[in-house]
Design a protein around this ligand. Structure first.
Ligand code: PRP
Ligand code: ADE
Length: 188
């Protein structure tokens, strides 16, 4: 696909995943190169390989829950949680969750938003792996880390399928993570 750098892993996983991500120029607005993961989801081999990698990371970090970020983080995070044998907790856009919520406002590459979680689904002893598809400006992941800390859970790390390195989101997420790892299976 266009506009990408060489894969980072020696096992061929990054190359496989990258080959299934489609660049869509000017979506959802002019100037944005949208990274479309639907071809990857439609490929059972690539989707299973991604799920296995995320589940393995969950085990390596001793995570007791996967938190997925709406909406594409749900698609990636939920099967990884099942594969790892841990629970899944959704971070949703504001106004969707029916129970008592904790909320956090944040900025996107395009626009702004607020996220919420049912904090009652996390225990103080939980170690959470945050999963999402794309790290762009880092605003969503950063807000999630702050939200999770406020919920009382420990953040074991953040794992994303794809990091858009030219947007420098890593810096702000690593600052929020205070030493916990930020992993990207593919960086472009
Ligand atoms: O690093 P950032 O600049 O915060 O951007 C990354 C976030 O943006 C996208 O979500 P989006 O809110 O577009 O929603 P969707 O997954 O519901 O399509 C993507 O799935 C990440 O969650
Ligand atoms: N360029 C992009 N492609 C896909 N998802 C995104 N989320 C934020 N920026 C994005």
């Amino acid at each position: 696909m266009s506009g990408t750098r060489a894969p980072q892993r020696a096992d061929g996983l990054s190359e496989l995943l990258l080959s299934r991500i489609r660049d869509v120029p000017d979506h959802p607005e002019p100037g944005v190169m949208f990274k479309d993961i639907t071809p990857l989801l439609a490929d059972p081999v690539a989707f299973a390989a991604l799920t296995d990698a995320l589940a393995a990371r969950c085990a390596e970090l001793g995570a007791t829950k996967v938190v997925g970020l709406e909406a594409r983080g749900f698609i990636l995070g939920a099967p990884a949680a099942v594969r790892a044998g841990v629970g899944f907790v959704p971070v949703r856009k504001a106004g969707k969750l029916p129970g008592a919520t904790l909320g956090q406002a944040y900025d996107l590459e395009y626009g702004s938003a607020e996220i919420e979680i049912h904090a009652e689904d996390l225990r103080p002893e939980d170690r959470v792996l945050v999963v999402d598809d794309v790290l762009a400006t880092g605003g969503t992941a950063e807000a999630s880390v702050h939200l999770l800390r406020r919920s009382g859970a420990a953040v074991a790390g953040v794992s994303v399928l794809m990091e858009l390195g030219f947007l420098a989101g890593r810096t702000r997420v690593e600052a929020a993570l205070e030493g916990a790892p930020l992993d990207a299976l593919v960086t472009v």
